[in-house]
Design a protein around this ligand. Structure first.
Ligand SMILES: [Zn+2]
Length: 183
């Protein structure tokens, strides 16, 4: 398959990953590559997360039917997400030449459990698993935060996760205390 989608982007096979999106011309670092489309859906209403992307604390964009549905994950991505009104766009992280695959790191916009967890991006630094942003190693998180590759809702989600972690710790403490009282 070598289907021309626009003057800018091309949809074609990306090896074992299935379809992928490729640059049809060169892009400068920071240049807009595409905007994610699709219906805005609450997390709880989605049964199949294929071709969806998280855009805020509780919402995903469903499949759009366009090329943006086919952007693959990479642990060494060529693009990164940027928040736009009600959604996300992709911008180039470096110079993209015609023929380069358009990819981004799914973990940079995942707060909730990832819909897909196995990674076969093939990069030298491949983490093998796609995890939520807060499960990334601190070095990866710091790099992406400094590069502005993490949307605000993901950064703010830290405040949500901390009380949850605290509650889990409190439950564990109570279990130990109950065991001690019984013993
Ligand atoms: Zn990978």
């Amino acid at each position: 398959m070598d289907e021309s989608c626009s003057e800018d982007l091309l949809l074609r096979r990306a090896g074992s990953k299935g379809l992928g999106v490729f640059a049809a011309r060169s892009f400068a670092p920071g240049e807009h590559v595409l905007t994610f489309g699709g219906e805005r859906l609450p997390h709880g209403e989605i049964a199949d997360f294929t071709h969806t992307i998280q855009v805020d604390e509780e919402h995903f964009l469903g499949p759009s039917g366009g090329v943006d549905d086919y952007v693959n994950h990479s642990c060494e991505p060529t693009c990164q997400v940027r928040a736009v009104r009600g959604g996300l766009e992709l911008v180039a992280r470096r110079v993209l030449e015609a023929g380069d695959e358009v990819t981004f790191d799914y973990s940079t916009c995942l707060v909730l459990e990832p819909p897909m967890s196995h990674c076969s991006c093939g990069s030298a630094d491949c983490r093998r698993r796609v995890v939520s942003f807060w499960e990334l190693a601190p070095g990866w998180r710091r790099r992406y935060l400094l590069q502005g590759a993490v949307p605000g809702f993901v950064v703010r989600s830290r405040a949500v996760l901390r009380p949850a972690a605290r509650r889990a710790e409190e439950r564990a403490t109570r279990r130990v205390q109950r065991a001690q009282r019984r013993g």
